[in-house]
Design a protein around this ligand. Structure first.
Ligand code: TYM
Length: 334
């Protein structure tokens, strides 16, 4: 039996992925690659919707790919590729833009947040159409599953709407994809501001990066915001900081929050932080070290990415060919 397809991606917009990317998505990616024909993309076209320094973007793209591999994405099982190496992403995005309402795109909350921060004139049209490019990323691969964190839910809904719209107008073409969002790790919170999601654009002190030095990670976890109650207990509303630490511990160690609460009974937040640090470092130190090894040989990394792009191009061109035909473009002679 052929395996169903899967696609997901991350932006190379920083020098490291963070603990939210890792627990919210990457861990699940590595688990799902056995049961799916998986495509994992580094979405560099998305990254340029906000200004990027060229040399830095190039480096961050390789760093992101290296972290996928180091976390366990196997290039023989899955296609690991860079979005700009597959021209069909931009081509399908154009087609889908013609099917997207202006108001519909304007309702995307990530666009509203980012454009508000940047100011109306600084926000580009690319930022506005970002979710349509994401829909193209997904639909080209006919995936059943798209493993992501909670913040991508709305973009997945738009993707499904666009796929249904295309299918009803031009005939069954796209598989309707499902977002795969794991409840426990759907949202990892900022250590300094535990009511907000951990994010590259948040407080650097609240952000645990995979590529950070262990001593820096220790500092950040030790100074994570907690509360004055002093009891280790899970209560997202009233104890967001402590709950976030318990959630991180549980996601990595596999121990339930209930058993952790029992384990920490009578102990203070210092003990909790010490253990959280231990499990976090246990998980990410090997990834960081392996990623650094891979980055020491960029030619080999580029070779792996070329192999992934060949596989991705094959699937993407097939879908784009059907789309172009259905909408009435005459075939291009080669
Ligand atoms: P990006 O690069 O912001 O994040 C990559 C993945 O990490 C998840 N994530 C989190 N999960 C839990 N807690 C957090 N604090 C947290 N922060 C980030 C995200 O949900 C995501 O799964 N638009 C996408 C990139 C993209 C994409 C795609 C994703 C472009 N095309 C196609 C899936 C399919 C983004 O900005 O992710």
């Amino acid at each position: 039996m052929t395996k169903p397809n899967l696609l997901s991606g991350m932006q190379p917009s920083a020098g490291s992925l963070h603990l939210g990317n890792y627990l919210g998505a990457l861990v699940n990616w590595t688990k799902m690659q056995d049961d799916y024909n998986a495509f994992y993309c580094v979405v560099d076209l998305h990254a340029i919707t906000v200004p990027q320094e060229p040399a830095q973007l190039r480096q961050n793209t390789r760093i992101t790919a290296a972290q996928y591999l180091a976390a366990g994405i196997n290039e023989n099982k899955s296609a690991l590729f860079v979005q700009s190496h597959v021209p069909a992403h931009a081509q399908l995005a154009w087609v889908l833009m013609t099917l997207t309402g202006f108001g519909e795109a304007g309702r995307m909350t990530q666009f509203k947040d980012k454009s508000q921060k940047a100011g109306a004139d600084a926000a580009s049209v690319g930022l506005f159409t970002y979710p349509v490019l994401q829909a193209a990323d997904i639909l080209l691969y006919q995936p059943k599953a798209v493993p992501v964190g909670e913040d991508q839910r709305q973009h997945l809904e738009l993707t499904r709407d666009l796929a249904n719209r295309f299918n009803s107008r031009f005939g069954e073409t796209f598989v309707i994809p499902e977002a795969v969002i794991l409840k426990e790790t759907a949202k990892i919170y900022d250590l300094q501001n535990p009511e907000a999601k951990m994010s590259k654009s948040g407080d650097p002190k609240g952000l645990v990066n995979i590529m950070d030095e262990s001593s820096l990670i220790a500092k950040k976890i030790k100074s994570a915001v907690t509360d004055l109650d002093g009891v280790v207990r899970f209560d997202r509303e009233n104890k967001p900081g402590v709950s976030n630490l318990l959630g991180i511990h549980s996601a990595i160690s596999g121990q339930s929050v209930e058993s952790l609460t029992a384990h920490f009974e009578g102990q203070g937040y210092g003990a909790l932080k010490t253990e959280v640090l231990e499990v976090v470092l246990g998980a990410i130190e090997p990834i960081r070290d392996r990623a650094n090894e891979l980055l020491a040989d960029p030619a080999e990394l580029d070779r792996l990415l070329a192999k992934g792009a060949a596989k991705a191009n094959e699937q993407a061109e097939k879908t784009l060919g059907i789309v172009y035909d259905r909408i009435g473009f005459i075939p291009a002679r080669r």
